[in-house]
Design a protein around this ligand. Structure first.
Ligand SMILES: [Fe+2]
Ligand SMILES: [Fe+2]
Length: 162
């Protein structure tokens, strides 16, 4: 059985993962409107991954005999200054999420909740990948130049994501 403290914290993380999905879907919609179909596709797949993260936490609470509580999801912006700005925000957001995951790991250790601690190790590894992907795309945008006319090759590359 999961403790109330851990249950509350993981329920909060479900909300944050769904907010991440919402944020990336908003960014994807913006890229659609800017005719950057590859960026839009990459971000849409990223949004789906965040939903999967939320469900991973959701399933864990249920498996541990806890109670799911789903709060309101914050609205996101609808406009960004450029594609570079989007990926600056993705990178910063993923670093913030890494901090949240680390805080959960520390809570699990403090609570001597080994099951939560073990489950969270997947997210620790996942965040290394998430930060690496975001910073790599940001670096590529900065190499070619953060203007729509220069982004077509990169847009094509990102559109290959399955
Ligand atoms: Fe996530
Ligand atoms: Fe993420």
């Amino acid at each position: 059985m999961i403790s109330k403290t851990m249950e509350d914290a993981i329920n909060k993380q479900i909300n944050r993962e769904l907010y991440s999905a919402y944020l990336y879907l908003g960014m994807s919609a913006y890229c659609e409107s800017a005719n950057l179909k590859g960026f839009a596709k990459w971000l849409r797949i990223q949004a789906k991954e965040e939903q999967d993260h939320a469900l991973k936490f959701y399933d864990f609470i249920i498996a541990r005999g806890g109670k799911i509580s789903l709060g309101a999801i914050e609205a996101t912006k609808t406009k960004w200054a450029s594609t570079g700005k989007i990926f600056e925000e993705v990178y910063a957001h993923e670093q913030k999420v890494t901090g949240m995951i680390n805080a959960l790991v520390e809570m699990a250790a403090k609570e001597k909740d080994h099951a939560s601690f073990e489950m969270l190790q997947w997210f620790v590894k996942e965040q290394v990948e998430e930060e690496e992907n975001a910073s790599a795309i940001l670096a590529q945008i900065n190499i070619v130049g953060d203007v729509p006319g220069h982004l077509f090759c990169l847009d094509h590359e990102l559109g290959k994501r399955e």
